[in-house]
Design a binder for this molecule. Structure first.
Ligand SMILES: *[C@@H]1O[C@H](CO)[C@@H](O)[C@H](O)[C@H]1NC(C)=O
Ligand SMILES: *[C@@H]1O[C@H](CO)[C@@H](O)[C@H](O)[C@H]1NC(C)=O
Ligand SMILES: *[C@@H]1O[C@H](CO)[C@@H](O)[C@H](O)[C@H]1NC(C)=O
Ligand SMILES: *[C@@H]1O[C@H](CO)[C@@H](O)[C@H](O)[C@H]1NC(C)=O
Length: 510
């Protein structure tokens, strides 16, 4: 295990070295090929590794078969207009051409000082410890945190601002306390890997056009992987890049990057789950994206039924039938190669949601998406983004709510039971009900699972309690009772956690 990159001269650094040394002894990677049907590729499930480290994490209720049950913490450290439209509404009186559409133009429009002020407030408030606890209570055991490269590697001539890391570390701190595992996900690469607003910069992608962009991507990954090592009891997975587009780049060039990133990540973190996106290829072609020598690898696929003209025309029954059809080859790959995680999916079957196709763009549903749909495509005689298809869930019919539940149940029957697991997109939104995990659980169209994310207070050296509370914590049994205890002392933990997170961030080597 390579420890040279760790902070060794501080107490926390020494503790970390101890923890890592213990893990190196206790958490040997599970043996590959636990079943004859699997190929030479690594086939252990993510939770098998987690349970190997059970004495370190205290996640006692997770068995080898517990899937990843997750939600994305999207729209926080990489903003997206559809997740939090109010960030962009301040610009709506401008000429259309001057309205920001992504984080790049948002930051350019405000300038670095004001952009940083507004974004810090956003990072501070949009994800809270309460959100994570609420999700853990409904069975979430992992979160996926999308991050843009500019949190790690920013140049003066780019409008983006940095400063995200202390806030990300605060989320890691909460996750440690609550017992959640974390996937860090590089969601935006220099030049943009896909041209979508969710890469930070909408427009023509430039990523693989220059080696400098690749080097900067690898630099961001180096720093992200070092965080995974520093937080090895919390960060279990690194997604090296979200949605590099096979429509923009040659698949062989994307694979070459994946392979280079593999060596880099493994040189820093021998055990972390190495997660790649499928580049939107069909599952039959996924073998071209993976190397047989990889271990502890997972394929990430995103399954949506509304970014496509034909799919928007489908009725409810067909949407539900389509779930199994779309997952069929995914399941075959999962069974014969590396495991598959559905890293993004939602309850949406229409594209009415404000800004879902990008700020300033219309919908396929109503036929207003320029260049894509010039007539309404919804499965009804008249198409309108209101009522069941509007943004106000209190106006949803009972019928529609029960459809949402059936559609989610159909998806989870496969992603939860057949695959390595899932991450709902997104943990919350400002006004996009079908994309909002916390709202969906609260309203009943997303089911709850038994809670398997369990904290172990004794192992959590960073959250500081006063003496009386510490005694209480260490004498109670691990599991639910401790969790209740953490909840009741949340105020203290949050404030101290933040102070410690910021202090801790100053020790990190970047
Ligand atoms: C989880 O583990 C705790 C502590 O061992 C135990 O009390 C509890 O019953 C378990 N829960 C489930 C659902 O197995
Ligand atoms: C970004 O990455 C490049 C390529 O590795 C490196 O030369 C540069 O120093 C990095 N910039 C920052 C701010 O870390
Ligand atoms: C849904 O669409 C399918 C395929 O077009 C059709 O066969 C079926 O009758 C439709 N169902 C309803 C309830 O309209
Ligand atoms: C949502 O709809 C309800 C019922 O029609 C209405 O009372 C409420 O004001 C609406 N909320 C918003 C934000 O428009």
């Amino acid at each position: 295990m390579k420890l040279s990159s760790l902070v060794g001269s501080t107490i926390s650094g020494l503790l970390l070295v101890l923890v890592l040394a213990l893990m190196a002894v206790e958490a040997l990677p599970p043996s590959p090929a636990s079943s004859e049907s699997k190929s030479a590729l690594s086939v252990s499930t993510p939770v098998a590794m987690a349970s190997a480290a059970v004495s370190d994490t205290g996640l006692e209720n997770e068995s080898d078969n517990t899937p990843i049950r997750g939600a994305n913490i999207g729209g926080v450290f990489l903003i997206e207009p559809f997740i939090k439209p109010s960030l962009f509404d301040q610009f709506l009186s401008r000429d259309k051409a001057d309205i920001p559409v992504d984080e790049w133009t948002f930051s350019a429009a405000l300038g670095k000082v004001e952009a940083k002020r507004q974004l810090e407030e956003h990072w501070d408030t949009f994800v809270t410890r309460d959100h994570l606890e609420t999700m853990a209570e409904s069975g979430v055991n992992w979160i996926r945190i999308p991050i843009g490269y500019w949190a790690f590697n920013l140049t003066d001539d780019e409008p983006y601002v940095d400063g995200q890391l202390p806030y990300i570390q605060r989320v890691l701190e909460w996750s440690r306390d609550i017992g959640l595992k974390v996937e860090l996900d590089l969601h935006g690469a220099p030049g943009s890997q896909n041209g979508y607003d969710n890469s930070g910069r909408r427009g023509v992608p430039e990523w693989l056009h220059s080696r400098i962009n690749v080097d900067r991507t690898l630099d961001a990954l180096t720093k992200m992987t070092k965080i995974a090592v520093e937080w090895s009891d919390v960060v279990y997975g690194i997604q090296i890049l979200n949605e590099p587009s096979r429509w923009k780049w040659e698949v062989k060039d994307i694979f070459a990057f994946y392979n280079e990133a593999y060596d880099l990540v493994r040189s820093i973190a021998p055990d972390v789950w190495f997660m790649i996106h499928d580049t939107f290829l069909s599952p039959n072609e996924w073998p071209t994206l993976v190397a047989p020598r990889w271990t502890q690898a997972l394929m990430d696929t995103h399954i949506y039924q509304m970014f496509d003209n034909y799919m928007v025309t489908m009725n409810e029954t067909t949407h539900i039938d389509m779930v199994a059809k779309m997952a069929e080859d995914v399941t075959k790959f999962d069974k014969s190669n590396i495991g598959v995680v559905v890293g993004e999916f939602s309850a949406a079957t229409h594209d009415c949601t404000k800004y879902i196709n990008g700020l300033g763009r219309g919908s396929r549903w109503e036929g207003t998406l320029e260049g894509v749909a010039d007539h309404p495509l919804c499965p009804f005689a008249t198409c309108s983004c209101t009522g069941d298809y509007g943004s106000n869930y209190t106006e949803y019919s009972e019928h529609y709510k029960s459809f949402l539940r059936s559609y989610i149940d159909a998806q989870l029957a496969i992603y939860d039971q057949e695959l390595a697991g899932w991450f709902f997109w997104n943990f919350r939104t400002e006004g996009a009900p079908e994309w909002d995990y916390i709202l969906g659980v609260e309203q009943g169209w997303i089911p709850s699972f038994p809670r398997t994310a369990m904290p172990k207070i004794e192992e959590s050296s960073v959250v500081v309690f006063d003496d009386a509370q510490t005694t209480h914590a260490t004498t109670s049994n691990a599991g639910e009772s401790q969790y209740q205890f953490i909840k009741s002392t949340r105020g203290i933990a949050v404030n101290l956690g933040m102070a410690v997170a910021i202090a801790y961030s100053m020790l990190l080597p970047f």
